[in-house]
Write a protein that binds this ligand. Structure first.
Ligand SMILES: [Zn+2]
Length: 438
């Protein structure tokens, strides 16, 4: 029900990202009811299947953006070249107070989804306000994600009190629970904007509904110092002391974990969303992810919102992840091309507790995949697939993509959002935002 005919992708160079990291040259994938039913070298047969010739293409799992705020695309370039706390409190929060309305969130989300889809993302982990609208837009576009309004201890555009915020959050979970591509979560903004009570309440709600808890953590040295002053502990230790570090936690940034906090993350199977470009732009620092990987922590990659990036392009984020890990350790062997591709796919799925559904191309998982054209000057020659993907590829090499076996982009055209209309609407919205800037 709701699914089209079966699909067979053939002539594909399949990069599975499964546990064995199998690569299948000249392979075929059979998709039925949105799921991968068979994956093999050579040819597959099925009656009445749509046949998709992937000659010259890599076919691989789509990218998983493990930390973003999609509607912040409306504030892309609004305030740049500032430290995080001044950027947030003097520019972003006041602008959001005026401009974050349901209608504007809709316009900004559509634009963000176009950019994400065109750079190979098939799943994203979102934290913002009016998340129900963001989820509706994602559903319409056909892209998978985790969604929740961000619990924060001051009035927001979505809710006036924390109690209202929690009610909204639980209603959202109940509304979307069981959907094929929209997966509810619980978001609590950070230890510097939320009380201990709010943090613990969010954890309880996530546990109650067997979902993930998404937060910001240890992003700047200032945050570390402030939390130490308030609690006597650095941020991750503090969260551990109040019961938040757990296998359902995904913490964005984690630039400044102490060696003891790294051990705590590993021991509790907590996950990290590594956001290299946002950390650079706000001069928060460079997270030592080689240490995190060696400690056994699950790491995904995130763009953060496009107000602090200023793109939602996972291809760039993958490259920065590998390159920065080398320079911060003065070690070219730190975090190789394969590692960053795992972070951007299967490990991102694990971090979001969605690895039973997505993140690799395996029988029984959803067909969430991208087609990468290797017949291009910048992609020639290819001696190693992971090297080409991490160090060479541009997002324009990504030609088509599907989620749950349904096309979301075909030959660079996003299937379910009108790109021209979205650009025009954002231009009109940006003109209004500009007028409010005092
Ligand atoms: Zn963020």
């Amino acid at each position: 029900m709701g699914y089209g005919v079966a699909k067979i992708i053939y002539n594909a160079h399949i990069i599975t990202m499964n546990t064995q990291l199998d690569i299948i040259p000249n392979g075929s994938i059979l998709i039925e009811d949105g799921q991968i039913k068979a994956i093999t070298s050579g040819v597959l047969q099925a009656s009445n299947a749509e046949l998709i010739d992937a000659k010259g293409m890599f076919v691989m799992p789509g990218f998983i953006n493990t930390h973003t705020h999609a509607p912040m695309s409306m504030l892309k370039g609004y305030a740049d070249d500032l430290p995080l706390h001044a950027w947030l409190s003097e520019h972003i929060f006041p602008a959001e107070a005026k401009m974050v309305t349901p209608e504007n969130v809709k316009i900004a989300t559509r634009l963000a989804l176009i950019e994400m889809i065109q750079s190979g993302t098939t799943c994203f982990n979102d934290m913002y306000f009016f998340e129900n609208i963001i989820a509706q837009e994602a559903k319409q576009a056909g892209i998978r994600g985790r969604f929740s309004d961000s619990i924060i201890d001051f009035p927001t555009a979505s809710f006036k009190t924390v109690d209202e915020g929690f009610t909204l959050c639980e209603e959202f979970i109940n509304e979307w629970k069981g959907d094929s591509i929209i997966h509810p979560s619980v978001c609590v903004h950070s230890p510097y904007t939320c009380s201990k009570t709010s943090l613990q309440r969010a954890k309880q709600l996530a546990d109650k509904h067997n979902t993930i808890l998404h937060t910001h953590l240890a992003e700047t040295q200032k945050e570390v110092e402030d939390i130490k002053k308030q609690t006597g502990l650095p941020p991750a230790e503090y969260l551990h002391s109040i019961g938040l570090l757990d296998s359902n936690l995904i913490a964005a940034h984690c630039v400044w974990l102490t060696p003891h906090e790294i051990e705590l993350f590993a021991a509790t199977s907590s996950s990290i969303a590594h956001c290299p470009k946002s950390n650079l732009k706000l001069a928060s620092g460079i997270a030592p992810i080689d240490n995190y990987i060696n400690a056994g922590i699950t790491l995904g990659i995130g763009t953060d919102g496009s107000a602090s990036n200023n793109t939602l392009n996972m291809v760039e984020e993958i490259r920065f992840s590998a390159l920065l890990a080398k320079v911060v350790d003065h070690n070219p062997e730190a975090v190789n091309a394969r590692n960053v591709l795992q972070m951007a796919t299967i490990n991102g799925a694990k971090a979001l507790s969605l690895d039973h559904i997505t993140g690799s191309l395996e029988v029984g998982k959803s067909a969430d995949l991208i087609f990468i054209d290797t017949h291009a000057a910048n992609m020639t020659p290819i001696y190693n697939e992971y090297s080409a993907l991490a160090y060479t590829m541009n997002s324009t090499n990504i030609r088509s993509s599907m989620v749950n076996g349904e096309w979301i982009m075909k030959d660079r055209i996003v299937c379910h959002i009108n790109e021209e209309e979205s650009i025009e609407q954002m231009q009109e919205l940006a003109a209004r935002i500009k007028k409010t800037k005092s």
